[in-house]
Design a protein around this ligand. Structure first.
Ligand SMILES: *[C@@H]1O[C@H](CO)[C@@H](O)[C@H](O)[C@H]1NC(C)=O
Ligand SMILES: *[C@@H]1O[C@H](CO)[C@@H](O)[C@H](O)[C@H]1NC(C)=O
Ligand SMILES: *[C@@H]1O[C@H](CO)[C@@H](O)[C@H](O)[C@H]1NC(C)=O
Ligand SMILES: [Zn+2]
Length: 236
């Protein structure tokens, strides 16, 4: 079973298309399903941009089909964060049949879940809200990523979402459900290792000054970046 499962993931990556997109179907819980998709998002990020392993999947959670993928594509366009790349990719793949993306999108966004290795930044969080995606799931938090040395806009998605109101200050009924911390250790490790070059003298000095030496020690102890290939690709 497990071999079959890993084999399916390999096949999906090899074929790199939608033939075997249902690899995470039929798992026993939402948590297990979330972890399964997050593994794919992380492997996708690490495979396509190991220096910035922000990988994203958008999944139709009613059919368990992967609608599209995205990865941080900063070489091509620095604004193409993983989530942004995925939103654009889904819209290209499923254009509005009536040329009216706002009122008649080609994908039913109310049944899509977005999986992403790092908590969406305010730019990507806004897109998830505008797009009306049903649920947003991530691994590492903005704080985790920032503490690995790569500076972030320090706004959590929950705070971006809190500003989304309809007229008369009514709640936005399409506000996505948020869930962080899925495969957190694996995602934290991926970012910690990917951003090692950001951790120069000033990083260690700042962390020390802020009383975060134990945090740094813990990361070094738990996340050995030498073993990255084995770990990163889940033995694939
Ligand atoms: C969408 O993503 C797939 C998989 O990453 C890629 O093969 C395809 O070229 C992308 N299409 C567009 C229009 O971005
Ligand atoms: C989108 O999916 C929901 C839930 O299945 C359904 O109620 C709704 O009618 C669908 N919207 C469209 C435009 O197909
Ligand atoms: C972001 O990370 C740096 C270390 O690179 C740290 O000094 C700073 O306090 C962090 N910012 C926040 C708001 O946590
Ligand atoms: Zn972003």
């Amino acid at each position: 079973m497990r071999i079959f499962y890993l084999g399916s993931i390999i096949l999906c990556f090899t074929l790199f298309n939608f033939v075997c997109a249902k690899v995470c179907e039929g798992l026993e819980s939402i948590r297990a399903t979330d972890e399964c998709y997050m593994k794919i998002a992380l492997s996708f990020g690490l495979t396509h941009n190991p220096k910035a392993p922000f990988g994203t999947l958008i999944v139709d959670h009613t059919t368990n089909e992967i609608s599209c993928y995205g990865v941080n594509s900063n070489k091509k366009n620095t604004l193409l964060h993983g989530e942004t790349a995925a939103f654009w990719n889904c819209t290209e793949l499923y254009p509005s049949p009536t040329d009216n993306d706002m009122f008649n999108p080609g994908l039913n966004w109310s049944i899509q879940t977005l999986y992403t290795t790092g908590e969406p930044c305010p730019m990507c969080a806004s897109q998830a809200i505008y797009r009306g995606v049903h649920r947003v799931v991530w691994g590492s938090t903005v704080e985790d990523i920032n503490y690995s040395g790569c500076p972030q806009l320090m706004i959590n998605m929950v705070d971006v979402l809190a500003t989304s109101k309809l007229g008369g200050n009514r709640p936005n009924p399409k506000a996505p459900i948020l869930e962080g911390g899925i495969l957190k250790d694996d995602c934290d490790r991926a970012f910690w290792c990917a951003f090692s070059s950001f951790r120069g003298k000033s990083y260690y000095e700042a962390m020390k000054k802020e009383g975060l030496e134990d945090f740094v020690k813990d990361r070094h102890a738990r996340f050995s970046c030498d073993a990255k290939l084995k770990m990163y690709h889940y033995g694939l």
